[in-house]
Design a protein around this ligand. Structure first.
Ligand SMILES: *Cc1c(COP(=O)(O)O)cnc(C)c1O
Length: 465
C-alpha cells in the first residue's frame, strides 16, 4: 500500500505537544523535535515519514513474526468485526474465535498445559500469573507460598506486577517497586558475569543461586520461579540447556511452580513453537503475547496446567480476575489465523533448519571486528557485544552501559532497526526475513561499528579525563 500524504513536520510537532510515548525520556524526545513517524511497512521493511526504508531487525518490538502486509490477517479482522466486534467472557459467555484459539494453543503447548486464560498484553498475562499462582496455593492449603523468584535483568512487563517480577533495576524506583514477595537472583549472563569461566560451572553456579535463595526464603514460602527461556529485553541472554534442566529439577524438588515467560521466545523464535520445548523443561504456566498475533492486534494468553485447573475447579471458588478484553474475538481470530500462517508456511522449521543457521553464520562474520567481544544467537534472536578490546569483555567506559545506544543510532542511520541494550545491540527479525536481508543486516552493523568507533573511543577518553 502506498503511503498516505501525511504532514510529517506537523505530526512531529503534535507528537511533542500531546503524545507521551512508551519507555521514553520526554526531555530527549522534545529536544529531538518529536518521534520518528513510521507510516507503513511491508515484509521485513518499515518506512518512515521522510521516506526512509529501514530494515526491521526487531520485528516491530520482538513480535511481527509473520512480517508486515499480510492481507489474510486484515481480512480476518474485518470479517470478525462485521460478525461480532466484541463480546466478553464475564457472563458465562465465550465467542467462537476465543474457544478455538484456546484449543489450538492447548494443542501446541501439549502435555498437561491444556487450559488458556486470555489478556491483552504480556504484562497483563504476568499479572494473571501472579494472582492465579497465589490463589492456587491459597486454596491448596499452602497459603504461605507467595514468593516469586525471578532473575536480574529479566523482563516480565511494565505493570506493577510485571515490572516487579522483572529484574530491571532502572524500572523499580518508578512507582515504588518491586511489590512485596519478589526475590531476584543471578542471570545466566556468561559474557558479562562469567567471562573466562568454564560453561558448566558458571551455569551450575547460576542455578545453585536459585536453590540457595529457596532455602533462605524457606521452600514453604515459595510459590513459583519465573524466567524467560532466553532473556530478550535484558540483552538476549542465552543460557545452556543444562542450566534450564537444573532449574526445572530444583523447582520440582521443592514443589515450586515453574513459569516460563514465552512472550518473546514463543511462536517459532527459537526454532520450536515454544522456548521451553527447545530447552526441554516442563512448565506449569506459560505466559505468551507478541508473536501470538504477530503484533497485528493486542492479545496475550497464559497456558495453565491441568493440575492447577483441577484444584481451581474443586476448591477455587470465584477467580475474581479478568479483563474487559479477555478473549477479545477480533484479536483471537487474528491470532488464530496468524498461527495458521506460521504452520502453513513452516516458519518454525524454517527457523530451526534453514534461516536460523544462516543467521548464526552470517552474524558470526562480525566476530572478527575489533569492537566485537561476542556474537550470540539462537534461532532468530541475537546480540552483538561491543568491547573496547577484542578478546576481552572490557567496556568502553570501564563500566556497562554506553556503547549499545551509540551503535544502535548508527545502525538506524544506515537503514537497520536494532535495539541498543547497555553495551550490546540486539536483533530479532521477522521469521520471514530473507537470506539477502540478513546479509544486508550484517553489512549495516559492520558499517555502523566503523562509524561509531570515534564516538566510542571519545567515550573512553571522556571518562579518563
Ligand atoms: C514484552 C514482554 C513482556 C510484556 O509484554 P507487553 O505486551 O509489553 O505488556 C513480558 N514478558 C516478556 C518476556 C516480554 O518480552
Amino acid at each position: 500500500m502506498a503511503a498516505r500524504n501525511y504532514d510529517i513536520p506537523e505530526l512531529r510537532r503534535l507528537d511533542v505537544a500531546h503524545h507521551l510515548p512508551a519507555q521514553a525520556n520526554y526531555g530527549e524526545i522534545q529536544a529531538l523535535g518529536g518521534s520518528r513517524i513510521i507510516t507503513r511497512a511491508e515484509g521485513s521493511t518499515i518506512f518512515d515519514g521522510e521516506g526512509n526504508a529501514i530494515l526491521d531487525g526487531m520485528a516491530g518490538l520482538w513480535c511481527v513474526n509473520v512480517g508486515y502486509g499480510r492481507d489474510e490477517l486484515v481480512r480476518t479482522a474485518a470479517e470478525q468485526m462485521q460478525e461480532l466486534p466484541f463480546y466478553n467472557t464475564f457472563f458465562k459467555t465465550a465467542t467462537p474465535p476465543t474457544v478455538l484459539l484456546a484449543t489450538k494453543l492447548a494443542e501446541l503447548l501439549g502435555g498437561d498445559l491444556q487450559h488458556v486464560f486470555f489478556n491483552s498484553s504480556g504484562s497483563e498475562a504476568n499479572d494473571t500469573v501472579m494472582r492465579m499462582v497465589r490463589h492456587y496455593w491459597n486454596v491448596s492449603g499452602q497459603p504461605k507460598r507467595t514468593v516469586f523468584i525471578s532473575r536480574r535483568n529479566a523482563y516480565h512487563g511494565s505493570t506493577m506486577a510485571g515490572a516487579s517480577l522483572g529484574g530491571m533495576k532502572a524500572m523499580h524506583p518508578i512507582g515504588g517497586l518491586p511489590i512485596p514477595g519478589v526475590e531476584h537472583v543471578a542471570q545466566p549472563y556468561k559474557f558479562g558475569e562469567g567471562f573466562g569461566e568454564d560453561d558448566e560451572s558458571f551455569y551450575a553456579r547460576c542455578a545453585q543461586e536459585i536453590e540457595d535463595r529457596i532455602l533462605a526464603v524457606g521452600p514453604e514460602n515459595v510459590a513459583a520461579f519465573i524466567g524467560e527461556p532466553v532473556q530478550g529485553a535484558g540483552g538476549v541472554i542465552i543460557p545452556s540447556k543444562s542450566y534450564w534442566k537444573r532449574v526445572d529439577a530444583i523447582c520440582k524438588k521443592y514443589g515450586i511452580l515453574l513459569v516460563i515467560d514465552e512472550v518473546i521466545c514463543g511462536f517459532g523464535r527459537l526454532g520450536e513453537w515454544f522456548g521451553f520445548q527447545h530447552f526441554g523443561v516442563t512448565p506449569d504456566l506459560v505466559p505468551m503475547a507478541k508473536g501470538l498475533s504477530s503484533g497485528y492486534l493486542p492479545i496475550s494468553a497464559v497456558g495453565v496446567s491441568h493440575k492447577i485447573v483441577e484444584v481451581l475447579r474443586e476448591k477455587g471458588g470465584d477467580f475474581v480476575h479478568g479483563y474487559t478484553y479477555s478473549g477479545h474475538p477480533v484479536a483471537a481470530a487474528v491470532a488464530l489465523k496468524n498461527l495458521e500462517i506460521i504452520e502453513r508456511e513452516g516458519l518454525v522449521q524454517r527457523v530451526k533448519n534453514d534461516i536460523g543457521p544462516y543467521y548464526a553464520a552470517a552474524l558470526s562474520r562480525l566476530e572478527s571486528d575489533p569492537l566485537v567481544g561476542e556474537v550470540r544467537t539462537l534461532g532468530l534472536i541475537g546480540a552483538v557485544e561491543i568491547v573496547s578490546k577484542r578478546g576481552t569483555n572490557e567496556r568502553f567506559t570501564g563500566e556497562e552501559g554506553k556503547a549499545g545506544p551509540i551503535v544502535r543510532d548508527a545502525c538506524i542511520r544506515n537503514g537497520l532497526m536494532v535495539r541498543g541494550i547497555r553495551d550490546s545491540i540486539v536483533m530479532c527479525p521477522p521469521l520471514i526475513i530473507t537470506r539477502e536481508e540478513i546479509d544486508r543486516m550484517v553489512d549495516f552493523i559492520g558499517r555502523a561499528l566503523r562509524e561509531s568507533e570515534p564516538a566510542l573511543r571519545a567515550l573512553k577518553a571522556e571518562v579518563k579525563a
